[in-house]
Design a protein around this ligand. Structure first.
Ligand SMILES: [Zn+2]
Length: 461
């Protein structure tokens, strides 16, 4: 069957028209249609459910144990660390009972001895509750607070040590987050763990033990939100302020090798550790879901030369940040309860602002829910484009993702300021963006608009 010259011309025109249509109906139009909502309204309800009254009741209960020093009495039903951890376990068991047994609540024990702050053989006992993920149960997002308290002498296990802000506030936040998230009836793709960690003041023992267990059991920890002091709004400098929170994160991560440092010199990444991406994520969650709270990211593991229970997770290679008040009051930390030269010392209940603690708890709840609903961060993210007009990004698909956002930012910006939606494509050519002048990242997004952490790409050709 032969075609006449005329027919061929018509066919050629039709083909050209089709090609133009294809160009004018670009893939972007299809991609925009699949763009998930910018916010997940379910998170608004979770944020609104956090109760300052319940946090106050829990802080009062914890202070009521007199002292929660790691070396204090373990047998008394009313005083000491033993009574405190049994009460926390009972609270989490009750939370679980109220949701049909949705939490797996366990003690996590470590026997410590021969240490400067734990000379005699002592069981350091944390309490961990896990809301098992539906799709990806080995992927974990974790909220932690501390059970223990201290006064001026780190070895004083006898005297009154209320630890109302340090760290009954963080512990109460963990209990309230567990209540709110489980009572919502929602279930999540990833597992959410709520932990009361023991032995913080004596040497970060509970966190070290939990990180060790996580490693042994193959937990893929995506985030640890360590809450340590979330209730003080009146600083030692006299500033009174309740509308910011600090998020501390380390970068480069612990254990960075010489080879990795050398790579950072040429390709960047020294301010883009997984913990730093987590800090940026918490900052964005505050912007998206917390009306009157701004996150102040601090680019350091912790306060100047000080420590907290996120560190052992960092040491074990897991992303972890510290969430805490912006204004500390050193007269109310690690102090014997007393009045001296007219100044009231001691970590007493009057120093805790429960509304502020509730706001920071809500920040945790929103972050946990968003991360646990989101797909896992994309794997194998890579960027190329040296001496080319456009950066090129590639990554592996993430199960459950509706699509991906490619983010970019000025190299001096602390936040991921710009993005484009790629739909379900796993490659993006960033026309007009020369790789030399920007930092890039990729996040996976659920159909409901919950985003994974942003992954900083490895250099490739
Ligand atoms: Zn402390």
């Amino acid at each position: 069957m032969g075609l006449e010259r005329q027919d061929l011309r018509i066919l050629a025109r039709a083909a050209a028209l089709l090609a133009m249509v294809a160009l004018e109906t670009p893939a972007l139009a299809t991609a925009q249609e699949s763009l998930p909502p910018a916010r997940d309204a379910r998170i608004d309800a979770l944020v609104g459910a956090v109760s300052a009254d319940r946090i106050e009741a829990d802080v009062r209960s914890l202070v009521g144990f007199g002292t929660r020093h790691t070396l204090s009495d373990t047998l008394s039903p009313t005083r000491g660390i033993g009574a405190a951890r049994r009460w926390i376990k009972a609270e989490l068991d009750a939370v679980s009972a109220a949701c049909g047994g949705c939490l797996e609540v366990t003690y996590q024990r470590a026997l410590v001895a021969g240490e400067p702050r734990v000379p005699d053989s002592t069981w350091v006992v944390s309490v961990v509750a896990v809301l098992r993920g539906t799709d990806d149960p080995d992927r974990y997002v974790i909220m932690t607070g501390d059970i223990d308290s201290r006064v001026s002498d780190i070895m004083n296990a006898i005297d009154s040590s209320p630890g109302a802000n340090d760290n009954a506030s963080g512990m109460a936040g963990v209990l309230e987050a567990a209540r709110v998230i489980t009572a919502s009836g929602h279930r999540f793709r990833a597992s959410i763990a709520f932990a009361g960690l023991a032995g913080e003041e004596q040497g970060l023992y509970g966190g070290a033990r939990m990180a060790e267990v996580a490693g042994q059991e193959g937990w893929r920890i995506e985030a640890v939100l360590n809450n340590d002091m979330i209730g003080n709004v009146q600083g030692v400098d006299g500033v009174i302020e309740n509308s910011t929170a600090r998020v501390f994160s380390e970068s480069p991560p612990a254990g960075t090798t010489e080879a990795e440092l050398r790579r950072m010199r040429f390709f960047g990444g020294e301010v883009d550790s997984p913990s730093r991406q987590l800090a940026r994520y918490v900052d964005r969650i505050a912007d998206d879901y917390l009306v009157n709270l701004d996150v102040r990211m601090i680019y350091r593991l912790d306060r100047f030369g000080r420590g907290g229970h996120h560190r052992p997770f960092n040491d074990a290679g897991f992303p972890a940040v510290r969430i805490m008040e912006t204004h500390e009051n050193y007269a109310r930390q690690h102090q014997d309860v007393r009045v001296e030269n007219g100044i009231a010392y001691g970590d007493v209940i009057e120093g805790v602002d429960f509304d502020y603690a509730a706001t920071l708890t809500a920040l945790n709840v929103a972050t946990l829910a968003s991360l646990a609903w989101a797909p896992a961060p994309p794997d194998s993210v890579a960027v190329a484009g040296a001496v080319e007009p456009a950066a090129r990004l590639t990554w592996a698909p993430s199960p459950g993702a509706a699509g991906y956002k490619v983010y970019w930012r000025d190299t001096t910006s602390p936040t991921w300021d710009r993005w484009t939606w790629t739909g379900d494509a796993t490659v993006a050519t960033m026309t007009g963006l020369v790789v030399d002048n920007w930092f890039f990242g990729v996040a996976a997004v659920s159909p409901e608009g919950d985003e994974s952490l942003v992954v900083f790409p490895a250099p490739t050709r």
